[in-house]
Unconditional design. Structure first.
Lengths: 235, 235
DNA sequence: CTGATCCAAACTGTCGACAGTCGTCAATCG
DNA sequence: CGATTGACGACTGTCGACAGTTTGGATCAG
């Protein structure tokens, strides 16, 4: 008997907490909740037709993901990032991506190349369309693939943790209008760098790639979307 | 921890969740709970004289810190790391420390040097004693100081998140018996590398330093402490 | 004696309720 | 008229309870 292991998701018995986590995550990233907005436990619970306990536990999880902040005796608020925090997120991302790319480079082979090529092609497919959300997700998916290929699950988790804040950064602004060609080209350059086997060059390409993304976000944030977005840190 | 908001801690009104988080964290890291051990919500709650709700919320938080793993409908278990996971933790640590050291190097000045010198001296103070726990904490404190000086709170939080797993790695084994001199010397070398302003050299020193720590842990894990530690890894 | 089956105890997931706290706003006072 | 105080309402922190599930042992067939 396979008594040990395998949660066996035959019948996916999702508990309420996970469902609430997904619901809240999507709601925040789809900007259905405004940054800084207070989330009422009771309100959410009754809205979802459940009790407050699962909502509270879900909120704790979202807090650890950086999507919510809790103020004792006040409740949970949707995280709102200022420019400094946004810079910090991208700075950490650079550190993580450098590491992931280096690890991938060390084990680069035909399979990895194919895998990344496929990912870029999927990115190209949606890049010509008008589904901005899909572009963002495929962009992130490419980078996530790199972290998968790095072969370190813990490193991947660090990226996943950060990616929620990353999406939050992007949610805060209107999406960039890069051309499909430029989006594709910038990712082909990363693959080329990996292929070259030159660590120095790879670092530079990663720094440039992430730097462009960061500047794009910051630029738009400065363009006016920052107004009336008082960050939720007081006194 | 990572959170913001310093709302006048005149009267420290700690809620139960935070207290339970601290209690559990300390219990796990002090090896009062065995790796892989099941934690009964009801048991803990009655033991602490509280209800299960705060215990559950605290456990969720510990899960996000990597100290507990939850199995649906089964409860929470103390995380137990196998050699592969342990390698992953240290690999991520290398990535983070490289980045932190680089950032510190870019803004290196007299104040930073003094701050790190103080930290190393505190490390030396405890290194000659017999309080192994203090040695570990001061060792981690030095590295945490580097992350603070890097000037990126998000990067610091990433280290804090990882540091719990790091402590867990160390908890799993008997502590290394490095001499006080070698402990001090290895950290002086890191400071020297920072002072040199040479990124390449800094990376190498960091890689070496963390690598030694990793090997030390792995070596002792292989020495026999791994037996009967069936990992409870899922997801 | 081995292995499958069944049952009771223990536990998790979820709920509704209560008490204490915080923010708001109107009434009061200088 | 502006500042202060106090009460009201909303909400969080915490608790005890119930139902369905898992676990481990007792029971029974082979």
């Amino acid at each position: 008997m396979p008594s040990d292991a395998y949660p066996a998701p035959f019948v996916i018995q999702r508990n309420l907490v996970d469902q609430v986590v997904d619901y809240l995550t999507e709601s925040i990233l789809a900007a259905r909740f405004a940054p800084g907005e207070r989330l009422s436990e009771a309100g959410l619970a009754s809205e979802l037709g459940i009790s407050r306990a699962p909502v509270r536990e879900a909120a704790r999880l979202l807090e650890s993901r950086g999507l919510l902040v809790s103020r004792p005796r006040r409740g949970f608020f949707v995280r709102s990032l200022d420019v400094a925090e946004l810079n910090d997120v991208f700075d950490l991302r650079i550190g993580l991506e450098r590491h992931a790319f280096e690890r991938v480079m060390l084990r680069f082979d035909e399979d990895i190349e194919q895998s990344l090529k496929q990912q870029i092609e999927r990115l190209c497919d949606v890049a010509s369309g008008h589904d901005e959300s899909a572009k963002i997700e495929e962009d992130i998916a490419f980078h996530r693939r790199v972290f998968e290929l790095a072969g370190n699950p813990r490193l991947l988790r660090a990226f996943d943790d950060l990616s929620f804040e990353l999406r939050l950064c992007i949610t805060l602004i209107t999406r960039t209008h890069d051309t499909p060609e430029s989006i594709a080209a910038s990712h082909w350059r990363l693959l080329d760098a990996l292929r070259s086997g030159d660590p120095e060059r790879c670092r530079e390409e990663v720094d440039y790639h992430i730097g462009v993304a960061r500047d794009s976000v910051i630029e738009r944030l400065a363009d006016g979307h920052n107004s009336a977005n008082h960050p939720n840190n007081h006194q």
